[in-house]
Design a protein. Structure first.
Length: 135
């Protein structure tokens, strides 16, 4: 009697879709994402002016400049072992800066990691930009 081997379905590789969504989140163009800066980094970007308006302006300009640098800097392959482009490091104003992307289920609670990180509607990305010492 001949027995047929059961074929196991091959899992689809969604790395390219995940990387594309991570790139869009990092650029600030993905509606299902948010970017947060750690408090320590925000304080540095805001500067030490006494005028709150000047500090706010410095913070906004610093955030824009840092985001631009992050998007223009190639990701070191050593920081991207899975090809998803979800972590990187840059130098900015003499500080080592890390950024990372976490992907949550888009269920309104953001309590759990997404089971479908390649689906923009079912996942929500949080881009965290921080000092290396915040890690």
């Amino acid at each position: 009697m001949t027995q047929l081997a059961q074929s196991t379905p091959v899992a689809a590789d969604h790395t390219a879709e995940i990387a594309r969504l991570n790139d869009a989140a990092r650029a600030g163009s993905l509606p299902t994402s948010r970017t947060v800066f750690t408090r320590a980094l925000a304080d540095i970007l805001a500067g030490d002016a006494e005028d709150p308006g000047a500090r706010q302006a410095s913070l906004l300009l610093g955030q824009a400049a840092l985001r631009r640098l992050i998007n223009e800097t190639p990701i070191d392959p050593g920081n991207d072992p899975h090809g998803e482009r979800d972590f990187g490091a840059v130098e900015f104003q003499g500080h080592k800066i890390f950024w990372k992307i976490d992907v949550y289920a888009n269920d309104g609670t953001f309590s759990w990691g997404s089971e479908t990180p390649w689906d923009a509607q079912q996942s929500f990305r949080v881009v965290t930009i921080m000092l290396a010492s915040d890690w």
